[in-house]
Design a binder for this molecule. Structure first.
Ligand SMILES: NC(=O)c1ccc[n+]([C@@H]2O[C@H](COP(=O)([O-])OP(=O)(O)OC[C@H]3O[C@@H](n4cnc5c(N)ncnc54)[C@H](O)[C@@H]3O)[C@@H](O)[C@H]2O)c1
Ligand SMILES: [Zn+2]
Length: 550
């Protein structure tokens, strides 16, 4: 399984003297858009003395104390490249502090290189001896085990600072925590009994799309189905990226909004595919939010009994939810998603840079599903959402990339175990029993889906508490997180009797009882078979109107 860890706060650059820690560290920080801290400079600033004079007057031990303190200060401002003195890793506590903040990069060099680089520098306290080469060799071998503790080792012999930085970024992209700061991408495989595909998550992927999808078969054509506003934003990028890989692309844009998820629109698109000459080997690229994904997915599922589909999700909800799992559908007047098919894509390419233009209300909607995943599957992600709200809301690239990739991984894992939504996938309905009832009773478009999922989570967390399944604190934390992200913890513009009626129509009710997923503790779920309808009614009422009651 792909290892995905939250983004690092600090990239530490260490290594022996003369390996270029300061120059390289500064350059790396500039390239990654991070701030830069040099612990030696911090010590000199704080003490008003040079490192050489501290060494000469107070000795190495005293310097190492100052160094540990400087490290403590250096780790405080978030998101930095921190260059450390060459002896920083000599103390275990320093190694521990650096490692908990992110990957440690050690720059290496041959003793001769070191000597050549520092030959003219008289401020090097440790080299003021008769045979400096022997001294360098001795120090290097004494420090070998301490440098071995670094996560990444980069040789600096015969390399320019720029080349060294390139090599570091390359290595960071392969590191579970470093990759997000280095602009790397995550590849999440989804394996089904008869089909395997990959979800690629990263920044600025649309411009490289040609390299991220299966190669074009001879004669195959591409249709890029999107909505008008999304096509205006990204169709040119996609068209030229695909053209570079030999694809001939027909762009088909439908009006924005759920209203396009209709059979008539699907029919028109199908006609356009035939007119553009798409054959069985051709591919539909679905670029947009969940509406486009469902509509274009449905079209790809039925055209010539099914042709290749690639999802290019651009809303947060589509990235973490609807583009994964192969469900496609259009709506009827009688209800949403009543006509559809399972049709798995051949690839999903999720470019998180597209989220920069997403309206905040849509970002929140996606966050509803993310909070749902955190509640049921991942206590660490729940904590990250609590601690880094501001970064999430401002779409900090590293944090957003991690969140999207992690949520894709969670959803992909469930789809793998239950491809046709027989049983386990029911857990994805956490927050949705109450959420759907609110959604159906609300005036059209008054509430975005993910937002009512947030309200649903608040209500269903209460059910778990009333049943004695979860404690009070577990319910309170979920409610606080929903609120922290600006999702409604109660709704006012919903008619209570309409919402109760909508609830009664829930397909999952049997003999006055419901089967629903509940959260006994953050990061875990239990599918409870016989929740009394009356309890769900009470939870629903508790989130309608002014009185939000625990
Ligand atoms: N297939 C599934 O498994 C599944 C799961 C959940 C939801 N859905 C479906 O998904 C749909 C909802 O998806 P949605 O919330 O993405 O709605 P949506 O597709 O209508 O997108 C929401 C809005 O965001 C805009 N938008 C999207 N990406 C943007 C970007 N990068 N920059 C600027 N604006 C952008 C869209 O133009 C639209 O106005 C519903 O139809 C629902 O039924 C399907
Ligand atoms: Zn949902």
């Amino acid at each position: 399984m792909t290892t995905l860890e939250p983004p690092a706060d600090i990239i530490a650059i260490t290594g022996f003297m003369g390996t270029g820690k300061t120059t390289v560290g500064q350059l790396l920080a500039d390239r990654l858009g991070l701030s830069f801290v040099d612990t030696d400079a911090l010590i000199e600033d704080a003490s008003g003395r040079s490192i050489a004079s501290i060494f000469a007057a107070d000795g190495e031990e005293r310097f190492r104390d100052l160094e540990s303190r400087a490290l403590h200060d250096a780790l405080c401002p978030p998101r930095a490249v921190v260059s450390t003195g060459g002896g920083m890793l000599l103390r275990e506590a320093n190694v521990f502090a650096l490692r908990s903040a992110g990957p440690i990069v050690c720059l290496t060099a041959a003793p001769e290189t070191v000597l050549k680089r520092v030959a003219t520098d008289t401020s090097r306290p440790l080299l003021q001896v008769e045979d400096p080469l022997a001294r360098v060799q001795g120090l290097l071998s004494a420090r070998e085990s301490c440098y071995a503790q670094a996560d990444i080792h980069i040789s600096t012999d015969d390399r320019s600072p720029e080349e060294i930085v390139d090599a570091i970024i390359q290595a960071l992209k392969a590191d579970a925590r470093g990759r997000w700061l280095a602009g790397g991408q995550a590849v999440i495989p989804l394996e089904l009994p008869d089909h395997r595909y990959e979800i690629t998550v990263g920044r600025n992927l649309l411009g490289r799309l040609g390299m991220l999808v299966p190669p074009r078969e001879p004669g195959a054509r591409a249709a890029l189905i999107s909505s008008e506003p999304i096509a205006a934003l990204f169709a040119d990028t996609v068209r030229s990226a695909l053209a570079a890989a030999g694809w001939d692309v027909t762009v088909l844009a439908v009006p924005d909004g759920e209203h396009s998820k209709r059979l008539e629109v699907a029919g028109t698109l199908l006609g356009s595919l035939a007119h553009a000459g798409l054959d069985r080997a051709s591919t539909v690229f679905a670029m947009g939010g969940g509406v486009v994904g469902d509509l274009a997915g449905f079209v790809a599922a039925v055209y010539m009994r099914g042709i290749n589909l690639v999802h290019l999700p651009t809303s947060l909800l589509a990235q973490v939810d609807s583009s994964i799992g192969g469900k496609t559908a259009v709506d009827l007047d009688a209800g949403k998603n009543l006509v559809g098919a399972f049709h798995q894509p051949v690839a999903v390419v999720t470019d998180v840079a597209t989220l920069e233009t997403l309206p905040i209300s849509e970002l929140r909607s996606g966050l509803g599903e993310i909070i749902k995943h955190a509640c049921c599957f991942d206590a660490d992600m729940f904590e990250l959402l609590e601690a880094r709200r501001d970064e999430v809301i401002r779409r900090d690239p590293a944090v957003i990339e991690y969140l999207v990739a992690r949520n894709c991984q969670i959803k992909a894992g469930i789809v793998e175990q239950d491809p046709h939504e027989k049983r386990l996938r029911a857990v994805l309905n956490y927050g949705h029993t109450v959420g759907h009832a609110l959604e159906r009773a609300a005036p059209e478009w008054a509430l975005r889906h993910g937002q009512v999922v947030g309200t649903g989570i608040v209500a269903e967390a209460r059910i778990a508490k009333w049943l004695g399944l979860a404690d009070h604190a577990t319910a309170v934390r979920q409610e606080a997180l929903v609120e922290a992200y600006g999702l409604p913890n109660s709704v006012r513009n919903v008619d209570e009797s309409l919402a109760l009626q909508a609830l009664e129509r829930d397909k999952k009710i049997e003999g006055g009882r419901l089967r629903m997923p509940l959260v006994p503790a953050i990061g875990s779920f239990e599918i409870v078979e016989d929740v009394e309808l009356e309890l769900v009614r009470r939870a629903l009422r508790s989130v309608i109107g002014e009185q939000a009651t625990m």
